[in-house]
Design a protein. Structure first.
Length: 351
């Protein structure tokens, strides 16, 4: 039931009517002023400081850059997405999303269609083809899902509206502006992921500038093109220290070992297999005693499973700093390697 606030005859006291009328007028005036201000608004102080920095350090034209930033849209949905990344799912759920029959079959087709380029990249960068195929498969389903978010909107939203990682995304916004200038891109025409990752291999702008290669030799580093994407992924892994032919992970039996110190020590390989054996961590596959490793766990439906992450596992986590991510790349890669002879009609190359 609604409570009546006024006398039964419905007549509002005159003084109250006057006050309400004034309040309404006041609200309308303020709203008009706000609209006016938005149309001609100054950028927020942090965005202004960013512009000054770009002008001073990189010679950008101040008014053009201010205009570009003023016209960006704040995307609240991507702030929410950043706070709930899919890589935070339990391993078995994350895995079910990514290791599918359809993705495996698409990967085998992609491998066959791009076999010559993959082989050339494998030789030049000493990274096996299945790792390139799997990475591109997990990132964008082999170039089919490269993201349709306006990258400038995404990066300005995260640079100025996501304090937790503002420094990181301001640096990426800077790299994006430089990358766009170098390539003659219209700032507003570039599409990518909600975090600003671009193209078939989903490189952030800093990685694009640093690791992308022109692998088809047309004079441009264009990550919308599959050939450049393949070479660039291989180059990325090469630069981060991929060791050709070395294992990626080794399953272990942890027995009654005190695990917290080992699990808390990070993914950078830092302890020898021999030392791990002494502590009761027993590899279930052959691995040399002097190899350095880290210990990590993933969550399965029946509890945690433990693995040693070796150098190449760490290298995959440089692409995306998530155990789940590196695990699906590794698993998809080995599945593709096993099934490749079925589609290629040839024996697999020795990695
Ligand atoms: Ca090219």
């Amino acid at each position: 039931m609604l409570h009546r606030a006024y006398p039964e005859n419905g007549v509002m006291p005159r003084i109250l009517r006057m006050m309400m009328l004034r309040a309404v007028v006041c609200v309308l005036v303020l709203a008009a002023a706000a609209t006016h201000a938005a149309a001609h608004s100054e950028l927020a102080a942090d965005a202004q400081a960013f512009v000054r920095d770009m002008v001073e350090r990189h010679g950008f034209e101040r008014s053009a850059l201010e205009r570009a930033l003023r016209n960006t849209k704040f995307l609240a949905s991507i702030v929410r997405a950043m706070d709930a990344p899919s890589t935070a799912l339990p391993w078995h759920e994350f895995r079910a999303r990514h290791i599918t029959e359809a993705r495996i079959n698409a990967g085998l087709r992609f491998w066959t269609e791009n076999a010559v380029v993959l082989e050339r990249a494998a030789v030049e960068y000493q990274v096996p083809p299945e790792i390139m195929v799997a990475t591109i498969g997990i990132e964008t389903l082999f170039g089919r899902l490269t993201g349709n978010v306006n990258v400038l909107d995404a990066l300005t939203t995260l640079a100025f509206g996501y304090p937790r990682r503002a420094d990181f995304f301001r640096a990426e916004l800077e790299q994006f502006l430089l990358l766009s200038r170098e390539n003659g891109w219209d700032l507003n025409s570039v599409k990518g992921s909600f975090a600003g990752a671009i193209g078939v291999p989903q490189f952030l702008p800093s990685s694009y500038r640093k690791y992308a290669v022109d692998f088809d030799g047309d004079g441009r580093r264009d990550l919308r093109q599959v050939t450049d994407a393949i070479g660039s992924v291989a180059n990325y892994y090469r630069q981060f220290g991929w060791q050709q032919g070395a294992p990626v992970i080794v399953p272990v039996d942890v027995g009654n070992t005190a695990l917290e110190p080992l699990l808390g020590a990070g993914l950078l390989p830092h302890i020898s297999v021999a030392e791990l054996r002494k502590r009761g961590v027993l590899p279930l596959e052959p691995v040399a005693d002097d190899v350095l490793a880290s210990l990590f766990s993933v969550e399965t439906e029946v509890g945690p499973r433990y693995w040693l992450g070796l150098n190449n596992f760490y290298v995959i986590t440089r692409y995306n700093r998530s155990i789940n991510y590196a695990m699906v790349v590794q698993e998809l890669a080995s599945t593709l390697r096993q099934q490749r002879p079925r589609t290629a009609g040839v024996a697999p190359a020795v990695p």
